[in-house]
Design a protein. Structure first.
Length: 594
C-alpha cells in the first residue's frame, strides 16, 4: 500500500518527465538504489531493551526508510536507523526477523534477515560458607595441626544451570594447598585443611573460593588466613616393630624420629633383660648394636627395647622387640676315662649327654662294641653295663684291651666318645675252690705227718744212748721246729706262738753243753712240738669254721681270704720241702734199741 502511494506521488510530480526521459530515469534509479548492511544475530533477556543499529544508504544519500517483518512488535527510529524491542517473560525463544530498506523516490528496496534470541534473565551465582571458625575477622586464625573445615554452597536463581565450585591460594588461579582436601558434590563442596609446620613457617595465606556459571558469571569469597605456629615434639618413624637377631652374630637396628621444628634429636634406650655392657647404643644416630650370646638365646619371648627421643623440651617413647634366634649346637658326650677291671667285675658307665639347645629328642647309640658280647646298653638311661666272663682273658695272669664307642645325634649334628677298657685275668672261682680244697687236704696230711714225727721223736728220746745221737736228734727237732714256725700256716697268732719256741730251739743248738747236761730239755722240746702241732690243728679248724669246706663266692671275693689262701699256698709248699728234709733226717738217725 505504501509502495503504491509512493508510485502515485512520483507520477504526479514527475511522471511525464520520468517516462519521457529513459536515460535520465536509469541514472536516477541507480543513484537511489538502497543498500542495507547485514544484521548479526542478537541476544536479549526479558526486560532488557534490544537496540539493533541498521545501516541503510544509497548513492543519493536520501529518501531511505526501513521496515521489518516478524511476529513480534518493535519500533524503528528512521532518523537514527535503530530497531528497539523490549521482550517480556513470555518472549523467550529464537525468532527470525527481516529488515527491508526502501528508497522513497524510486521504490527500490533491499532486505537482510536476522535472528533474535530471547534468553532467560542471567543471575550471578552466590556463595554461602559455613565453618566452626569465625570467618568475619579480617584475618582468620588457624592453629597448626588443627583442622580448618569449610562447607561451600553455590546458589543461582537459574536452578538448572551447572555451577563450577573451586578455590585457589594466594591469588594464583590453579594453585591449591598440598595437604588440603576439596570435594565437590554438585553445588556443595567441602574443604578440609590441617596446616603443618611448613605452613606455620609461611604463616600467611589467601584463600579464594569461587562459583562460576556457564555464562561466566562468578561469585567469590576471599579469606586471609594466619597460621599460628605450635611447638612440636619428636615423632618416631619406626615401621618395623619386631626384629630377629642371630645368636652369636653382631646385629643392629636404627630407630628414627623426626621433629617438625627442625630441632636436634637425642636418643636413648632402656631394657630390663639385656645387660648394659652387652650392647652398644649411639645416642646421636639411634643405632642399637647387640651380639646376643647363648644365655640370651634361651629366652623364647622377645626382648623389649624402650627407645626415647627428645628435642630438649619434649620426650617421646617407642617400644620395639627383638627376638633372638638360637644357634643349633651339636650335642656332646662327656669325656670317658679309660677303665681297668678284672674278669667277672661289673663295669657301669654313666654317659653324660648334653645339648645346649635343650633338645630332648636326642638319639644315643653304641656305634662300636669292640666285637664283644654280653653287655647291656640302655639309651634312655644312658647307661652301659658289662661284666666280662672269667674266660675273657685267654692268657693266665694277662690282659686284654677292648674299646667301646658311643655316638649321640640331635638329627642335624652328632658327637662321639670312645672308652678303652683293660680286662685283667682273674682266677675262676671253681678253680680257686679246687685249689682251696687241695691246700686244706695238704695241710691235714702235713698235720698227720707231724703227729708221726712227734711219735718218732718221743721214741727217739726214750731210746737215746749217747750225746752225739742226742745232738743229732736236736738238730732234726730244730729243723722241724724252725720249718713249722716259719710256715705260719693260718694266722699271725700262730706265728707269734711259734717264734719263742723257734728261738728257744735255736738257743739250744747254740749251747751244746746245756743240751748235754739236761735231758729234761728234750722232754720240754717234745712238749713244745706237741703244742705246736695242736696250734696247727686249731688253725685248720678255724679256716673250716670261717670259710667252710666250700667257701661262697662272696667270701672268696674278700681280700683277707685271698691273702690267707695265698699264704697257705706258700706255707704248704714250704712244708712239703721241709717234710722231705725232716723225714730224711729221721730215717738216718742211729737209733739204738734196748
Amino acid at each position: 500500500m505504501r509502495l503504491i502511494l509512493i508510485l502515485l506521488v512520483s507520477l504526479l510530480l514527475g511522471g511525464p518527465t520520468l517516462f519521457g526521459q529513459p536515460q535520465q530515469n536509469r541514472k536516477l534509479a541507480k543513484s537511489h538504489k538502497p543498500f542495507l548492511q547485514p544484521v548479526p544475530a542478537q541476544k536479549v533477556s526479558p526486560g532488557q531493551t534490544l537496540t539493533i543499529p541498521l545501516k541503510a544508504t544509497n548513492e543519493a544519500g536520501e529518501g531511505i526508510i526501513i521496515e521489518y517483518t516478524w511476529q513480534k512488535d518493535g519500533q524503528v527510529d528512521q532518523q537514527r536507523q535503530l530497531f528497539r524491542w523490549t521482550p517480556g517473560e513470555q518472549d523467550l525463544g529464537t525468532f527470525p526477523i527481516i529488515f527491508t530498506a526502501i528508497d522513497t523516490l524510486t521504490g527500490q528496496q533491499v532486505s537482510q534477515p536476522a535472528i533474535i534470541t530471547v534468553n532467560p534473565i542471567r543471575h550471578a551465582p552466590q556463595l554461602s560458607l559455613v565453618s566452626t571458625t569465625d570467618l568475619t575477622q579480617p584475618f582468620v586464625e588457624v592453629i597448626e595441626g588443627e583442622d580448618f573445615a569449610l562447607v561451600i554452597e553455590g546458589r543461582d536463581k537459574n536452578e538448572k544451570e551447572y555451577l563450577k565450585l573451586d578455590y585457589h591460594v594466594d591469588q594464583r588461579p590453579g594453585k591449591q594447598l598440598e595437604n588440603a582436601s576439596f570435594q565437590v558434590n554438585e553445588r556443595v563442596a567441602t574443604f578440609l585443611w590441617t596446616p603443618n609446620n611448613r605452613d606455620a613457617q609461611k604463616k600467611n595465606f589467601t584463600l579464594t573460593f569461587s562459583a562460576v556459571d556457564p555464562t561466566g558469571l562468578r561469585a567469590t569469597k576471599v579469606f586471609y588466613i594466619l597460621v599460628k605456629d605450635v611447638k612440636h615434639g619428636p615423632i618416631f618413624q619406626n615401621n618395623t616393630r619386631e626384629f630377629v637377631f642371630g645368636e652369636g652374630k653382631q646385629s643392629s637396628l636404627t630407630v628414627k624420629a623426626t621433629d617438625a621444628d627442625g630441632d636436634e634429636i637425642r636418643y636413648g634406650v632402656q631394657t630390663q633383660d639385656i645387660q648394659e655392657g652387652d650392647y652398644f647404643f649411639d645416642r646421636a644416630t639411634g643405632k642399637f648394636q647387640w651380639k646376643p650370646g647363648f644365655d640370651y638365646a634361651q629366652q623364647t619371648k622377645p626382648y623389649a627395647l624402650v627407645f626415647s627421643a627428645t628435642d630438649g623440651q619434649s620426650t617421646v617413647f617407642d617400644t620395639l622387640r627383638v627376638r633372638v634366634s638360637a644357634k643349633d649346637y651339636p650335642p656332646t658326650i662327656g669325656s670317658l676315662r679309660n677303665k681297668s677291671i678284672q674278669e667277672n667285675e661289673m663295669l657301669v658307665l654313666k654317659l653324660d649327654v648334653q645339648d645346649k639347645n635343650g633338645d630332648e629328642n636326642l638319639k644315643l647309640i653304641l656305634s662300636d662294641d669292640g666285637g664283644v658280647n654280653g653287655y647291656q646298653f640302655d639309651p634312655q638311661k644312658r647307661e652301659f653295663k658289662w661284666k666280662p666272663p672269667f674266660s675273657f682273658v685267654r692268657k693266665k695272669g694277662g690282659q686284654q684291651v677292648v674299646q667301646f664307642s658311643f655316638r649321640v645325634s640331635d638329627g642335624q649334628s652328632s658327637a662321639s666318645q670312645s672308652v678303652q677298657i683293660t680286662v685283667n685275668d682273674r682266677e675262676d672261682p671253681d678253680e680257686v675252690l679246687q685249689e682251696y680244697s687241695q691246700y686244706v687236704e695238704a695241710a691235714r696230711r702235713i698235720n698227720q705227718e707231724l703227729n708221726v714225727l712227734d711219735g718218732t721223736l718221743t721214741d727217739v728220746i726214750k731210746r737215746k744212748r749217747g750225746w752225739n745221737t742226742f745232738f743229732d736228734v736236736m738238730t732234726i727237732v730244730v729243723g722241724v721246729f724252725t720249718g713249722v714256725a716259719s710256715s705260719n700256716i693260718a694266722s699271725e697268732g700262730l706265728r707269734n706262738a711259734s717264734a719263742p719256741i723257734g728261738a728257744a730251739a735255736t738257743s739250744l743248738i747254740g749251747i751244746r753243753n746245756i743240751l748235754g747236761k739236761s735231758l729234761d730239755k728234750i722232754v720240754n722240746l717234745k712238749a713244745q712240738i706237741v703244742a705246736l702241732n695242736g696250734k696247727i690243728q686249731l688253725t685248720l679248724n678255724s679256716l673250716d669254721r670261717k670259710y667252710g669246706e666250700v667257701p661262697t663266692q662272696t667270701m672268696m671275693e674278700r681280700a683277707d681270704f685271698r691273702a690267707e689262701l695265698n699264704e697257705l699256698n706258700k706255707k704248704v709248699e714250704s712244708f712239703e720241702e721241709e717234710k722231705v728234709t725232716i723225714m730224711a733226717g729221721y730215717a738216718n738217725l742211729p737209733i739204738k734199741k734196748n
